[in-house]
Structures are given as structure tokens and as C-alpha cells.
Design a protein. Structure first.
Length: 185
């Protein structure tokens, strides 16, 4: 089964800090992964499939084309790079994992690589937020955005994750130290 990608290999490399000499076969699985994790969860299953169908048919136009070219095309390379960075340093062959070294440079430390990933993630998240805003401000142009049902992925408007849950407790569900200590009684 052929997999439809929302960006081309040249778009991936021209829109990111990736070196043109990196083999596309190394990068494409990360584009696919990023598309599933970040595009489909923002668009929902139905709109994602709608766009894929038009890409296959060669009939992508109007708001759909704007969404793919200007919003997904800006966002997806960043998320693909974010997922690729840990694997660009290693090579997996014949059941072994090798660390690649460079003859002309110094490898990043783990901390430096993590900092780089965070910067890439911040940029990709910004573009994802713009994409979500575009869709929400143009819902009439994307009827498939609200037709998901059953096991479909529903669109999410949540983008940034800070590692903390800052929701306010609902009325009557506040957990106090006294409630916690008395729970064992």
C-alpha cells in the first residue's frame, strides 16, 4: 500500500536544517510518523483522508491546497526532523546498533542534541498552532473537519504541552491532603 505524504522530499530538506546528502530512505519514515502524530491529530481522520484522496487524484485546490502547501508544508518538516534527530547519529544493521562518527566535526553531547530537539519542536509547534487557527477560522471550507465518528481520530485544538496539568479542579472534586490521608480508612 502506497503511503501519501503531505510534503515532498525536496520540501523536507529545503524547509529544515537537514543536509541535502542525507538519504531520503532514512528520513521518510519520520515524515510518515510525524504526519500520523501531528497532522492527523489536528485535522481528524476524515479531513486527513479527504486531503490524501485529492492528492492522489491530483485535484487539490482552493482552501485544501492552501492548507497543505502553506500550513502542513510549514509544520511537517519540523516534526519530522524532531523525530529524526536521535536516529541520525546511529545506524542499525544486522541486529546491531552503531554510533556514526564524523571525520570533519564533533558529535553533539546528549544535552546539546536535546536542546536542538527542543528548538525544532518549538518551531514545529508554532506552525501547528497556525494550522489549527487557520482551520478553525475557516471551518466552512473544511466540512470533513467535523464528520469524524466511531474509531476515527477527532481533531484536537490542543497544541502545546508543558508537562504540567494546569486544569482547575471541577466543583466538588478537589483533593485535599486530609482526603488523601483518610483514603486508607
Amino acid at each position: 500500500m502506497a503511503y501519501v505524504l503531505f510534503i515532498s522530499e525536496s520540501k523536507l530538506k529545503s524547509s529544515s536544517a537537514l543536509n541535502l546528502s542525507i538519504d531520503n530512505s532514512i528520513l521518510l519514515p519520520f515524515v510518515r510518523e510525524a504526519q500520523k502524530l501531528y497532522v492527523e491529530t489536528a485535522l481528524g481522520t476524515d479531513l486527513t483522508q479527504h486531503l490524501k484522496d485529492h492528492i492522489i487524484a491530483g485535484t487539490l485546490a482552493g482552501a485544501d491546497k492552501t492548507l497543505v502547501d502553506d500550513y502542513i508544508g510549514d509544520m511537517l518538516p519540523g516534526y519530522a526532523v524532531y523525530h529524526a534527530i536521535p536516529y541520525l547519529r546511529f545506524k542499525m544493521e544486522n541486529g546491531n546498533i552503531y554510533s556514526k562518527t564524523s571525520e570533519t566535526g564533533t558529535a553533539l553531547t546528549t544535552e546539546e542534541a536535546q536542546h536542538l530537539r527542543e528548538e525544532v519542536l518549538n518551531t514545529a509547534s508554532y506552525y501547528r498552532e497556525r494550522m489549527i487557527d487557520y482551520i478553525r477560522n475557516n471551518t466552512a471550507s473544511f466540512p470533513a473537519y467535523s464528520t469524524n465518528s466511531g474509531a476515527d481520530v477527532n481533531p484536537s485544538i490542543d497544541n502545546y504541552y508543558a508537562g504540567m496539568n494546569l486544569e482547575r479542579p471541577r466543583q466538588g472534586t478537589e483533593l485535599t491532603l486530609r482526603n488523601f490521608l483518610n483514603a486508607g480508612d
